[in-house]
Design a protein around this ligand. Structure first.
Ligand code: ADP
Length: 489
């Protein structure tokens, strides 16, 4: 009872745990979310801290670092320090795990420069979860005990396991699934390194997954509550088609699962202030968008025609993103006089196919293989359509960025794409009712034959509010519910 009174007199304390944060370490939408959701939660009155691994760009950017803990050896690392500081002007306290042995190396956060998983990923991300649980226990910050640990994706999921395994820590846990296809799977022989109770690795145990260990499954089984980044994705992943072999686990947890749609950073993605693009524009004055389009056509060597419908793609080139469907529509795009600009990297086959198409039709197709945040802005601003034909899409951010810039999404009606794009703001398809080719044709006809309708759609899309406040309110309500339940006698 005393606990409950104490809690009700102060803001909820939430420790967010993640492996990526924009603009320092980013492989996808997770980084964008971690870069902006905490600020929205802090504005909503949440007392929030953020725990991150000490990748070089994060440690190097940490302002006013102060050591709050030192321990080791653990998970193969000799000495580990916890540093607390800030990363931006928001004053959100960021705790970084400084372990050069585990985190400071060239290459990506999960993969080496050749694209192979780091061989010590089990230790690297077990440490992240371990530290989160110890922070929640007050071990390093005795004056700040988390009420809720909010773990993002498999990288942080073990936090939920360590919390559940401890007999006395009262903190609740939320696991947000940003993409169920990535599950953090490791050999069962490595289990003894984790320091978790034996039964976690036994058949039907929290971590056991088809004879191996899965951090994602551990989190799904152990979290007090699971969220996904859109309501449709929350429903879809309980089915074999979208469940990535976790549908059985998720069915068991159906009562503790919900979808909260992602927002976007409306300051980073704002056509009326964006300094990365050729000209600024707004719903009241769209003339700058035409300049952005001509600049984009010129940058890619395409025919500079303001009335050639231009499709943009900014994407990882993985099977998930369905770009093979767009590749199959390239002949249609070329024959109908449309243009295409693609920025992305990933599977060599898809890269090669789009490169070959650009070589064959240099005035209509432009391709840039790689990762380029600024170019992403120029494409989103300059294109007429943004294509996101994903096979599955937990939320998807590029269609939201597109809408903010009056670039109409052309999407497959799945997951977050289904939840964010409607007939007033874009074009969508789902087989067998319609195909990408048919929908492309509909978009083309609307563009050519119904310019007033197109402009109305652009303005409707630009007026949609995809800021973080709605999501922040929903997360706050969830945290409150979980804390009330924890405090109930
Ligand atoms: P996912 O996380 O599955 O990759 P999302 O749509 O949720 O997909 O988020 C992707 C994020 O990564 C967006 O911010 C998008 O602009 C960005 N992005 C993807 N590929 C590239 C690229 N090649 N260059 C720049 N930004 C990219």
């Amino acid at each position: 009872m005393q606990n409950r009174t104490a809690r009700s007199q102060r803001p909820i304390r939430v420790l967010h745990v993640a492996a990526e944060i924009f603009p320092f370490v980013k492989t996808g939408g997770l980084a964008d979310v971690v870069g902006s959701l905490p600020r929205a939660l802090a504005r909503s009155g949440c007392d929030l801290r953020l725990l991150l691994p000490g990748f070089a760009p994060i440690l190097d950017a940490l302002k006013n670092p102060r050591k709050i803990g030192e321990f080791g050896p653990l998970f193969g690392a000799g000495q580990i320090r916890l540093l607390q500081g800030t990363l931006d002007d928001s004053a959100i306290k960021v705790i970084v795990i400084d372990s050069p042995w585990l985190y400071r190396r060239s290459g990506g956060p999960y993969l080496d420069e050749q694209g192979h998983e780091w061989p010590d990923n089990l230790q690297r991300f077990a440490l992240l979860g371990w530290v989160a649980a110890h922070l929640a226990s007050g071990e390093f910050t005795p004056n700040w005990l988390a009420d809720v640990i909010h773990a993002h994706d498999w990288h942080a999921a073990l936090a939920c396991c360590y919390l559940k395994a401890h007999p006395t820590i009262r903190a609740r846990s939320v696991l947000t699934v940003h993409n169920l296809a990535y599950q953090g799977v490791f050999p069962v022989q490595d289990f003894s390194q984790l320091g978790l109770p034996r039964h976690y690795a036994e058949p039907f145990g929290e971590l056991e997954f088809h004879g191996e260990l899965s951090f994602m499954k551990g989190g799904l089984m152990s979290a007090t509550h699971i969220t996904t980044v859109s309501p449709s994705y929350a429903r879809e992943i309980t089915t074999p088609k979208f469940g990535c072999r976790m549908e059985g686990v998720l069915a068991q947890r159906a009562d503790a699962m919900s979808g909260i749609l992602n927002g976007i950073d409306t300051e980073v993605w704002n056509p009326s202030t964006d300094r990365e693009i050729a000209a600024r524009f707004s719903t009241d004055d769209l003339s700058g968008k035409r300049e952005c389009k001509l600049a984009l056509q010129s940058e890619f060597g395409l025919t500079p025609k303001a009335d050639a419908p231009l499709i943009g793609v900014v994407s990882r080139l993985s099977a998930q993103k369905g770009l093979d469907l767009l590749r199959d529509a390239l002949a249609q795009i070329v024959q109908s006089g449309m243009q295409l600009v693609l920025l992305g990297s990933g599977e060599p086959d898809i890269q090669a196919d789009f490169r070959a198409a650009a070589a064959a039709h240099p005035k209509q197709i432009g391709v840039q293989i790689g990762y380029d945040e600024k170019l992403a802005h120029r494409i989103i601003a300059g294109a007429d359509l943004i294509a996101v034909p994903s096979r599955f899409e937990p939320c998807g951010l590029t269609q939201l960025y597109g809408m903010r810039y009056g670039t109409l999404p052309l999407v497959r009606r799945v997951g977050g794409l289904a939840d964010t794009v409607d007939a007033e703001t874009g074009f969508s398809f789902i087989e067998p009712q319609t195909s990408l080719a048919n929908t492309l044709q509909t978009a083309l006809e609307t563009y050519r034959n119904a310019p007033a309708r197109w402009q109305a759609m652009m303005q409707a899309a630009m007026r949609r509010d995809f800021g973080w406040d709605t999501a922040a309110r929903q997360y706050m309500a969830l945290y409150s519910r979980l804390c009330e339940r924890a405090a109930a006698p």
